[in-house]
Structure formats: structure tokens, C-alpha cells
Design a protein around this ligand. Structure first.
Ligand SMILES: [Zn+2]
Length: 127
């Protein structure tokens, strides 16, 4: 069993799973994921940040696909850990291909990162 599967409510039948998801997950040799949140440019609709949101710190393999999206789109990937009293953020920066350590800076730090990602985006407008 993949680590985390037993904690995943979607796969344990406690949450509605769409027919599409059930059908798609029968396809061999591929994987699927639900992206928790994507920040897009409001002008060109290109992505700026891919976000994976968890309630506890997970291994880097659990947000690998977010980092791949970030590389492919030259944007930022964030692993966000929402606890009862703080918000932790681990960031992947495509320019350096480096990951930060978890920063526990609450809403303020997360907002800073999202605004920074918005501001680093070079907009070329609509296709
Ligand atoms: Zn843009």
C-alpha cells in the first residue's frame, strides 16, 4: 500500500468519488492526482503557483508532481501544512530547482509567497 493511502479519505470510501475518477484510475501505467489549488495570472491564465495542502508534514514524494508542474510551467510549487494554529510552507523554486525548509509563518508568510509568485510572473498576454 502506498504511504498515506490509509489516511486518504477519498480512497477509503468516506467521500464521494466521481465516476470519471473511478474510470480514469483503471488506466494502467499512469497516475492521477487532484491539484489542491492553482494560482493563475488574471490576464493570460497561465499558472504561477501549484499548491498541495496537507494537515501534517508529508514526505517530498507526496508533492513531487506539483514540483514537476512548476518545472514545466516555470512557476512555483508549494507544500502547505495547515495545522490548528499555524501554516507551514515548503517552497520549490524553478529557477534554482531547490526546495526550502518548512517555514512556519502563518497566513502572513503564505500571502508573501503568493504575492511574490504573482510578481515574478512575466505576462505575455493571451495566446
Ligand atoms: Zn500572465
Amino acid at each position: 500500500m502506498h504511504p498515506g493511502t490509509s489516511r486518504n479519505r477519498e480512497r477509503t470510501g468516506q467521500r464521494y468519488v466521481s465516476k470519471t475518477s473511478a474510470i480514469a484510475r483503471k488506466i494502467k501505467g499512469v497516475r492521477h492526482l487532484d491539484v489542491d489549488l492553482v494560482q493563475y495570472c488574471g490576464k493570460c491564465w497561465r499558472p504561477e503557483v501549484f499548491m498541495e495542502v496537507k494537515r501534517y508534514l508529508v514526505s517530498d514524494s507526496e508533492w513531487r508532481q506539483m514540483r514537476q508542474h512548476a518545472k514545466d510551467y516555470n512557476c512555483v510549487a508549494l507544500l502547505i501544512i495547515e495545522t490548528l494554529d499555524d501554516i507551514g510552507v515548503k517552497a520549490f523554486y524553478p529557477d534554482t530547482q531547490l526546495m526550502s525548509e518548512v517555514e512556519w509563518g502563518g497566513e502572513e508568510r503564505l500571502t508573501e509567497l503568493l504575492e511574490w509568485a504573482r510578481d515574478r510572473h512575466i505576462c505575455h498576454g493571451l495566446l
